[in-house]
Design a protein around this ligand. Sequence first.
Ligand code: ATP
Length: 368
Amino acid sequence: FAPWDDPAEKPLIQFRNVTKRFGDFTAIDNINLDIYTREFFALLGPSGCGKTTLMRMLAGFETPTEGTILLSGQDIGPVPPNQRAVNMMFQSYALFPHLSVWENIAFGLKREGKDKATIETRVHEMLKLTRLEKFARRKPHQISGGQRQRVALARSLAKAPKLLLLDEPLGALDKKLREETQFELMDIQEKTGTTFVIVTHDQEEAMTVASRVAVMDEGELMQVATPDRIYEAPNSVYVADFIGDVNIIEGRAHQAGDKLQIDWAEGQPALFAQTDKNFDMGQTCYIAIRPEKVAISAERPQGANVLQGKVLDIAYLGNLSTYHVQLPTGHVVKAQQANTRRISRREFTWEDDVWVSWSETAGVVLDK
Ligand code: ATP
């Protein structure tokens, strides 16, 4: 499922040169973005980067200052929120406390003047989809947080929107329930075939649920790609650093045959990386290496990208251990090891002299 790679596929949503200003503050800066039918699309970025503003424009609660938004090829600028095939589920869920689960789900359908039989059928479908059949007669305060979240979802999907916007939908749930609910959300999205756009600042959540992720910063889209591309092939230091843990080393580039040589510190061996990108001689570049791609050993290993240092800190995370290794230059390199042995011991301890190393293909070279 990769409609974004298929030139014949028509996007469901198109942002065309969309800018949103509040007074002289630019919240969204000339964004172009296509989202496809059946996608589960995540907007990710730090607080204030413009995620909610982008969603509110889709819902019709905000109007772009410049540019157009198309839904199924139609400019939705003049279409009021309640006439768009778009629904928004809020973090607070906004359930009616005095209405039962059944009535909450039926609410929008009733207001639309649907006949009784249609409402019955649809509400029943939604209860089944969200596994709430047993709770239909209860009021919101008589069910758990996770169940309330599902009622809100059922209610948002009852009118069969083309697009469902989810603003931090799992924000109110604790970590374990949140993780379970992510899978449920993916399942429901797949069953209904509705396009979901989710706003979250939890990067693991975005990576888990989404077919594609947009990483935003200060009103701009930094990278739009599948979760694995975002992680393995970030296009900037910003994205590499925002998603997961990473080592970033700054240096100067020199072409060395089919690879890049990076001089990065006096008295330290040059680093080598394979890259398709072209750099000018002496140009500043950054190499980004994920900690799980850095090996740590007591003996000096063979090959390039081998640096000596001392263990500074150890974080034991059960399945993983992360070692912070301080180099003579003062740089700290993070190396992560999987604790897969039956009884895993700490292999290294504080102040141990160790070698960190990584392969020439492990690092991503970036120019900013
Ligand atoms: P968060 O994760 O904290 O919800 P966000 O990425 O969703 O952040 P937005 O709510 O889209 O961010 O806000 C983007 C920027 O636009 C912020 O700097 C915010 O202060 C500003 N902003 C949003 N709405 C308005 C408004 N109505 N008037 C003025 N400024 C606004």
